[in-house]
Design a protein around this ligand. Structure first.
Ligand code: AMP
Ligand code: MN
Ligand code: MN
Ligand code: MN
Length: 284
């Protein structure tokens, strides 16, 4: 497997991606990806359709998820790669995440309304058209309604950390999210480790706790990450003896600067997660 062919972090319409799961697989294939993981936020609903599409075009497919978790009051994301979505521990966890998402969506709508943006109107539309509610859905609908000009503005003005519609989420603890992935036979990988607003010391502590909880890998190469980020994530992989993963975090084909599979190489000093022993590449 050539490294340029691998992308282990992509989103479909089952969470906040633009493409239906099968369409996403075909899009990734057209972009040159030959081993991919579907990692929707807090759901496995797209995995069956994605696996079927991958089988049809002869592409290696890894069933995955990106779990929202809490570490000391901050939201962090745990990738589960190679999971069995039928396992009870993970299924119960996903149910809990869904309940929290619904509660949070209501609270976000109320806050948006109070801030003078059409939150309830947006939420009604999202619930009528999408299988789950994420802040991305709010940002898109607010853009469509003309309340903001772009997703970035929606987050800057309303939905981002410290903004009027930021709602504290009761996500499961980091260790619990890792446990769900392990219970489902998957490998837990810490997603985009440099994207969290943390001091270097806190980031190391978080990574250490992730590893102590059973986490095995870290996303060293991320879509949109800088060379400095890559360097620092590499140091974390070394320090905590974690395997390295790479992923674009692709959501939307209309965003031309982050297509599937166009990623930097994993540094040679980091053991890739997709080796045969860790990761029998073929799940479909
Ligand atoms: P949620 O899991 O509902 O909190 O939504 C988080 C999602 O919002 C992330 O996975 C991103 O896809 C998206 N997101 C977060 N921050 C931004 C931003 N500044 N601009 C665009 N999308 C963002
Ligand atoms: Mn997202
Ligand atoms: Mn994420
Ligand atoms: Mn993601």
């Amino acid at each position: 497997m050539m490294q340029g062919d691998i992308d282990l972090h992509l989103h479909s319409q089952s969470s906040d991606g633009r493409l239906e799961a099968g369409e996403l697989v075909r899009h990734a294939y057209r972009c040159g990806v030959r081993l991919m993981a579907l990692t929707d936020h807090d759901t496995t609903a797209g995995l069956a359709a994605a696996a079927a599409a991958a089988r049809q075009i002869g592409m290696d497919f890894v069933p995955g998820i990106e779990i929202s978790a809490d570490w000391r009051g901050r939201t962090v994301h745990v990738l589960g790669l190679g999971i069995d979505p039928e396992m009870a521990g993970l299924r119960d966890g996903i149910r809990r995440l869904g309940v929290e998402r619904e509660r949070r969506a209501d609270a976000i709508a109320v806050r948006l309304d109070a801030a003078g943006a059409p939150g309830s109107e947006a939420l009604a539309h999202i619930r009528a058209t999408a299988p789950m509610v994420t802040r991305t859905h709010f940002a898109r609908r607010l853009t469509e309604l003309g309340a903001v000009r772009s997703l970035a503005e929606a987050f800057d003005r309303y939905l981002g950390c410290g903004r009027p519609a930021a709602v504290r989420s009761a996500w499961p603890d980091l260790a619990e999210a890792v446990a769900w992935v392990c219970a489902a036979g998957g490998i837990a990988a810490l997603a985009h480790p440099m994207r969290y607003t943390l001091s270097a010391g806190a980031r190391r502590e978080m990574t250490g706790e992730f590893r102590d909880a059973g986490g095995r890998a870290i996303e060293v190469v991320c879509g949109g990450g800088s060379a400095t980020h890559l360097q620092q994530a590499t140091l974390l992989a070394h320090r905590y003896a974690l395997y390295g993963s790479i992923g674009s975090d692709f959501h939307d084909p209309a965003v031309p600067w982050n297509p599937p599979g166009r990623l930097a190489k994993l540094p040679a000093s980091v053991r890739p997660i997709w080796t045969d022993t860790m990761f029998p590449a073929r799940f479909n």
